[in-house]
Design a protein around this ligand. Structure first.
Ligand code: MTE
Ligand code: MO
Length: 218
């Protein structure tokens, strides 16, 4: 199958990556991970992750990961549960505000990214526990990772620890470098300046952006 890369992307191998300030934060996964859900909800709650996903239908999904800095890792085989099913289970318990339209997603390292509920509840978005036939490694998101292939990598939060329902958008860790929707097909790299401009900036900055991740020691 011949795939077309989204605009401004080039092919690369998957390697641990993120914002520089998170390069040397290696989350230690607890024996019994929990997911905290708060914000615009009636009953803020913490869920035992294993119990939360127990009994949900298992999903396999082949997808590419597109980082805003222009690299794309192709044909990753993710397994997990549908994020929409997980969210439905959560919503039943916490009862989000009817006008909640956004979800701030936080990882164990403190990385945060805000997505529209419309985007993360879309068909094909996964809460993944496995990658390429193996249990997910912590550096790629164990115990649970949001996989939303139609959105840039920065919306695909690794090591999920918290969800915050919100009525309004608030930028996450990437600040103005993040776009509220971050849809790859529309090249929504940032809320400021058009995608094709960021494309050039990121392509030039990528070797520098990679350095802290390539040199970080666990
Ligand atoms: N918890 C957490 N999730 C994160 C990040 C991070 O720094 N911390 N970086 C994001 C970015 S910008 C990208 S491109 C991908 C990289 O995923 P990888 O490390 O599996 O290659 O993770 C995303 N999810
Ligand atoms: Mo990224």
């Amino acid at each position: 199958m011949v795939r077309e890369l989204p605009p401004g992307q080039h092919v690369a191998e998957l390697e641990r990556f993120g914002l520089p300030e998170f390069a040397r934060r290696f989350g230690v996964v607890p024996e019994h991970p929990v997911l905290t859900v708060q914000g615009a909800v009636r009953y803020p709650a913490q869920f035992d992750l294993a119990k939360l996903i127990d009994g949900l239908q298992w999903q396999d999904k082949r997808a590419d990961l597109h980082c805003v800095t222009t690299w794309s890792a192709l044909d990753l085989r993710w397994s997990g549960v549908r994020f929409s099913e997980l969210a439905a289970r959560i919503a039943e318990a916490v009862q989000p505000h009817p006008r909640a339209k956004w979800l701030m997603v936080t990882g164990l390292d403190g990385f945060r990214s805000c997505s529209s509920l419309e985007d993360v509840l879309a068909d094909g978005v996964l809460a993944a526990t496995r990658l390429n036939g193996e249990g997910l490694a912590p550096e790629h998101g164990a115990p649970l990772r949001l996989v939303s292939a139609d959105q840039y990598g920065y919306k695909n939060v690794k090591q999920l620890v918290a969800l915050e329902y919100r009525l309004t958008y608030e930028p996450g860790s990437a600040g103005y470098e993040e776009h509220p929707r971050g849809r790859v097909a529309r090249e929504e790299r940032s809320r400021f300046l058009p995608g094709p401009i960021w494309r050039r900036i990121w392509a030039a900055a990528l070797p520098i952006a990679r350095r802290p991740y390539r040199t970080a020691q666990r």
